[in-house]
Design a binder for this molecule. Structure first.
Ligand SMILES: [Mn+2]
Length: 197
């Protein structure tokens, strides 16, 4: 069984980012992004997705975290797209509901090859620990555009913003894991009647 790994570097005048991903990992993660709350959230993807992640980012944080967060989403999407390869034998669809105390989120993903984001989240506060939570939409839009996935994110309830965000990222990790797992009954076939994704 081949290991699905990729390493992508992306340089612009605003950010320099390197992402390494192993979809068949154990949840090991290493971050050096300068945005601690984002690190805490992406850590949930690694842990609950059993995906190894190593992310280094050097962004224009003297302006704000916008470019860095968006570009990490883009680079992570590119790394996933490369690592997942031809998608033969995977479940393709994944979904998860994750609670954290009062908060509950649902994430549904399809490795369709077509980018699409439905993002339905009303944060009760605009920021957590100095992090503007509206940037999470930019993160997911960047990921979706470059991973080529349909992604539906709904925060169903919650009043603590940290909990709202954390349930989204945990559910995202779980949904990724389900979608990317190899289905033994598929026996390496393409999970599409089109023959390609
Ligand atoms: Mn937390």
């Amino acid at each position: 069984m081949t290991t699905r790994e990729a390493r992508i570097s992306r340089d612009t005048l605003e950010t320099q980012i390197t992402v390494s991903v192993n979809l068949d990992g154990t949840g090991q993660s290493k971050f050096d992004t300068g945005v601690p709350f984002l690190d805490h959230m992406i850590d949930q993807i690694a842990r609950h997705g059993l995906i190894d992640l190593d992310i280094k980012a050097n962004g224009d944080l003297h302006i704000d975290a916008h470019h860095t967060v968006e570009d990490i989403g883009i680079t992570l999407g590119q790394a996933f797209n490369k690592a997942v390869g031809d998608k033969k034998g995977i479940y393709r669809y994944g979904h998860a509901y994750v609670p954290l105390d009062e908060a509950l989120s649902r994430v549904v993903i399809d490795f369709s090859g077509r980018p699409g984001l439905e993002y339905h989240v009303d944060y009760t506060r605009a920021s957590v620990g100095g992090f503007d939570v509206d940037l999470f939409r930019e993160f997911f839009q960047g990921f979706v555009n470059h991973a080529g996935v349909s992604l539906h994110i709904d925060n169903i309830r919650g009043f603590n913003t940290h909990h709202q965000a954390e349930t989204i990222f945990k559910a995202f990790g779980r949904a990724l894991r389900m979608a990317l797992e190899r289905d033994p009954r598929m026996a390496g076939q393409m999970p599409s009647t089109k023959g390609c994704l």
